[in-house]
Structures are given as C-alpha cells and as structure tokens.
Design a protein around this ligand. Structure first.
Ligand code: FES
Length: 154
C-alpha cells in the first residue's frame, strides 16, 4: 500500500509499485484530465507536476515517487496563482485550443516553464515545450500565449 498526495488530497493506492502514475490517476483516483498519448514519454499529453516540476506520468512508476511528494494534475492547478491565471487567460484570449487532447499537458508544461523562467525567449519556449506534441499544430498560438502570460504574470 502506498499513499499519494494528489491535488491537495491523500489517496491510499494498493497497486504494484511499477504501475505508471497515469494509470493510477485515471483508473483508480478517477482524474481523467491527464491524457494517454504514446505511453513512452514522447508526446507530453500525460504531463503532470511532481513537486512543481513537469513530469511524464505515463512512465513514472508510483514506486519511484517519494512518500510526501506533491502531485498536481490539470484538475488541481491553483487558480489563485498568478502564473496559472495568466496562462488560463492567455489560452482563452488567443483561442489556443483546437481539438484539445494535448492541451492539459501543454498547460502543465507552460506553467512549469513560467515558474522557472518568468519571461522566456522564443528559444526557451520552444526548448521547454519541444516534448509536448500537438497534432493540430497549435504551436504558434501556444508560443504567443506563453509570451502573453509571461507579461501578465509579471
Ligand atoms: Fe489537438 Fe493539440 S489541440 S492535438
């Protein structure tokens, strides 16, 4: 039995330690906002935060997660946080989303970037977001939205 802290709540989880976090989030805890994509940490749609850092939940085995680690999913982002609010606003203002499937992962990656680099250059955005695929090709709007969010969160 392992205990996970997800979005401010504690969940006892009785599964094999090599179970990927994504499966636990979706199938056991019931948080379906985080999506399955490639299953090999190549596309980024499963991105969540572990102690504030974006990670790929499809390859992160729960046995690798420390006891008191803080896991945040798209459902649990702190909407009072100025960076989160600025990202949400920019995504809406610029109509970033197309089909939407990749967007939870994009937003978690964007928030993670702006938490560590408050005013990123195009190159820093492209580098930080390069692991998050978008089959609809929203990359230019994502980049623009991150710049807008950086300006508003400052
Ligand atoms: Fe459709 Fe990114 S918005 S895959």
């Amino acid at each position: 039995m392992q205990t996970l802290r997800v979005n401010g709540q504690t969940y006892p989880v009785d599964v094999d330690p090599d179970t990927p976090l994504l499966w636990v989030l979706r199938d056991i805890i019931g948080l379906n906002g985080t999506k399955f994509g490639c299953g090999m940490a190549q596309c980024g749609v499963c991105t969540v935060h572990l102690d504030g850092t974006p990670v790929r939940s499809c390859v992160l085995q729960i046995g690798q997660i420390k006891q008191n680690a803080v896991i945040t999913t798209i459902e649990g982002v702190d909407e009072i946080d100025p960076v989160v609010r600025a990202v949400q606003k920019a995504w809406i203002d610029l109509d970033v989303v197309q089909c939407g499937y990749c967007q939870p992962g994009q937003i978690m990656a964007a928030v993670g970037l702006l938490k560590t680099v408050p005013n990123p250059t195009d190159e820093q955005i492209d580098s930080a977001m390069s692991g998050n695929m978008c089959r609809c090709g929203t990359y230019m709007r994502i980049r623009k939205a991150i710049h807008q969010a950086a300006g508003e969160a400052a």
